[in-house]
Design a protein around this ligand. Sequence first.
Ligand SMILES: CCCCCCCC(=O)SCCNC(=O)CCNC(=O)[C@H](O)C(C)(C)COP(=O)(O)OP(=O)(O)OC[C@H]1O[C@@H](n2cnc3c(N)ncnc32)[C@H](O)[C@@H]1OP(=O)(O)O
Length: 185
Amino acid sequence: MAPVETTLPERHPDAPEPATELPEHYAYCFGCGSSVEHGLHLRATAGEDLTVRSRFTVTTAHQGAPGLAHGGLLACAFDEALGTAVGHLLRQPAVTGKLETDFLRPVPVGTVLFIDARIDGVAGRKVYVSADGRVNSPVGDIAVRARALFVTVELKHFIDNGRPEDLKKVAADPSLLGRTVDLNP
Ligand SMILES: CCCCCCCC(=O)SCCNC(=O)CCNC(=O)[C@H](O)C(C)(C)COP(=O)(O)OP(=O)(O)OC[C@H]1O[C@@H](n2cnc3c(N)ncnc32)[C@H](O)[C@@H]1OP(=O)(O)O
């Protein structure tokens, strides 16, 4: 539950229709990017209302203990799934301010983790979100649960803080980003 009073936002009129497969947001994103060999390669589908369903397969590159997913990588998957929900449903750039996870059941290598993320409310620039992750099925017992606070930012946040050589690569090849963003305003 959010620590402050929130309101339920409107789904942005240009948000993708429910059941739309969402593009990776950056080719070199560890969470979703196809150019990161051992990344999570998380894939997401817009849901109804303020929801997005994501899934990713736990590989041997994601281990903490033998044959089990590393908790930090699971937290990364939730960060990605929650950020994807904020970015696509509200269509506003936002960054993670706070992320909290409950690891309820072990997640073995080979698992497809289904992550159902939702926007719970907004208060000014603060966007409160939460998600449940289930093993090998979108229904059943929850293995991991997360809550997060995202803070909306201007595009300037990324331009001012990103490493210049990486920003230049994106400016030279905008297809590295999932949707067109002008980094040379
Ligand atoms: C499609 C995209 C998918 C992306 C998925 C991956 C997402 C990520 O991993 S993003 C990377 C990780 N996150 C970051 O790098 C963020 C680093 N932090 C920052 O840049 C800044 O602290 C930032 C932008 C969050 C906030 O700074 P700033 O813009 O100065 O705003 P600030 O006034 O401090 O905070 C705004 C509000 O949020 C609140 N807030 C900010 N951080 C927190 C926090 N950790 N806990 C609680 N509240 C917080 C503030 O209290 C403030 O509340 P209020 O409006 O009520 O006063």
